[in-house]
Ligand binder design. Structure first.
Ligand code: SF4
Length: 280
C-alpha cells in the first residue's frame, strides 16, 4: 500500500545512499535531516560546481575556462556551504583551510590535464526512465555526455578507485541508461530495457586529492551480465526503500571494516548506531 512518505521517483543518488546505509537514507531522504560538510565533502561539491561551469561554458564557446574563473565558482560554493563560524562542521578550521588550498591545486590540474580531453555534447542533462520491478520512474542528471557519446562523471577522492569499480556502480549505469533513453527516445516502450549493446559507454574521471593531484580514468562498455547484475541490484535496493526497511547496514549485512562507512557518514555525529564510535 502506498503511503505519503513513499517517493514518487527514485534517483541513483537515493539508491546509492540506501546501498551505503539504509538508516542514512532514512535520515537524509525521509527525515530530511541536514548534514554539515566535512572537508572532503565540501571539496567535492565545490569542485563539481566549478567543473560543471567549465563544461557549460565550453559547450557554447568550445574553450575551457581559466583557473581563476573556476576558482570564483569554487570559492562561491565553499563560502556558501561552510557555516561562517564553522559551527557543527565535521572538521576543524585548519582542516578546512588546508583542504581549500588543495582544491586550488586540483582545479589547476583539472584545467591542465583533464578538461582539454573532453568535448561536451550535453551537460547536467536530465533523464527519466521506467524499469520493470521499480515502482516509480528513475530520474537524475548526467554530468557530461561527450561528443563521442560517452557518459562521464567526475569525482574527487582520497585514493584510487578499484579497477572494477564500474562493474558495480549503479550511478554510471543509470547515466548510461538514462542517456540511452534520451538517444533512443520513442524506439523503446515503457519499462523496456535497451539491449546492452545499445547502452552508451561510461567513464569516471577521478581526481585524486593530494598536493600533487593525479587523474584516474575508468571506462566501461556494458554487456548483458552487467545489465542483469546492476539492474538486479537497483531492483533490490528500490524494494527495500518501498518496504520501509531502514535498519543500519551492519544489522543485515557483513561488511569488512564496516566502521569505516560510519566514520565517513554525514550523520555520524548524531547517529546512535555509529560503529566507528566503538572502533575508536
Ligand atoms: S553512522 Fe553508520 S549506522 Fe549510522 S547512518 Fe551512518 S553509516 Fe548508518
Amino acid at each position: 500500500m502506498s503511503t505519503q512518505n513513499e517517493p514518487r521517483t527514485v534517483s541513483p543518488t537515493q539508491l546509492g545512499s540506501y546501498a551505503r546505509c539504509p538508516l542514512a537514507y532514512r535520515y537524509r531522504f525521509r527525515e530530511r535531516r541536514r548534514s554539515l560538510p566535512s572537508p572532503p565533502s565540501l571539496l567535492g561539491h565545490a569542485m563539481h560546481a566549478a567543473m560543471e561551469d567549465n563544461f557549460r561554458a565550453k559547450r557554447k564557446a568550445h574553450a575551457d575556462l581559466t583557473t581563476p574563473e573556476l576558482e570564483d565558482t569554487f570559492d562561491r560554493v565553499w563560502d556558501r556551504e561552510l557555516p561562517p563560524d564553522g559551527a557543527g562542521a565535521r572538521g576543524t578550521p585548519e582542516e578546512f583551510s588546508a583542504t581549500r588550498e588543495l582544491g586550488y591545486g586540483m582545479l589547476a590540474f583539472f584545467v591542465a590535464e583533464v578538461a582539454p580531453g573532453i568535448r561536451p555534447h550535453l551537460v547536467e542533462h536530465r533523464f527519466r526512465f521506467t524499469m520493470d520491478g521499480i515502482p516509480v520512474p528513475v530520474v537524475g542528471q548526467v554530468d557530461v555526455v561527450d561528443m563521442n557519446g560517452t557518459v562521464i562523471d567526475h569525482k574527487t577522492a582520497g585514493g584510487r578507485y578499484p579497477e572494477d569499480y564500474l562493474d558495480n556502480d549503479l550511478q554510471l549505469f543509470c547515466y548510461s541508461l538514462g542517456y540511452t533513453f534520451v538517444r533512443e527516445g520513442m524506439r523503446l516502450r515503457e519499462g523496456q530495457m535497451p539491449a546492452a549493446r545499445r547502452l552508451s559507454p561510461a567513464r569516471v574521471d577521478v581526481i585524486i586529492r593530494s598536493e600533487t593531484p593525479e587523474a584516474q580514468q575508468l571506462e566501461k562498455i556494458y554487456n548483458e551480465d552487467d545489465v542483469e547484475r546492476i539492474g538486479g541490484k537497483m531492483r533490490r535496493l528500490a524494494a527495500g526503500i518501498f518496504a520501509g526497511e531502514f535498519a543500519a547496514f551492519w544489522m543485515t549485512e557483513e561488511r569488512e571494516e564496516g566502521w569505516r562507512t560510519c566514520a565517513s557518514c554525514e550523520f555520524g555525529d548524531t547517529c546512535e548506531q555509529n560503529l566507528s564510535l566503538d572502533a575508536g
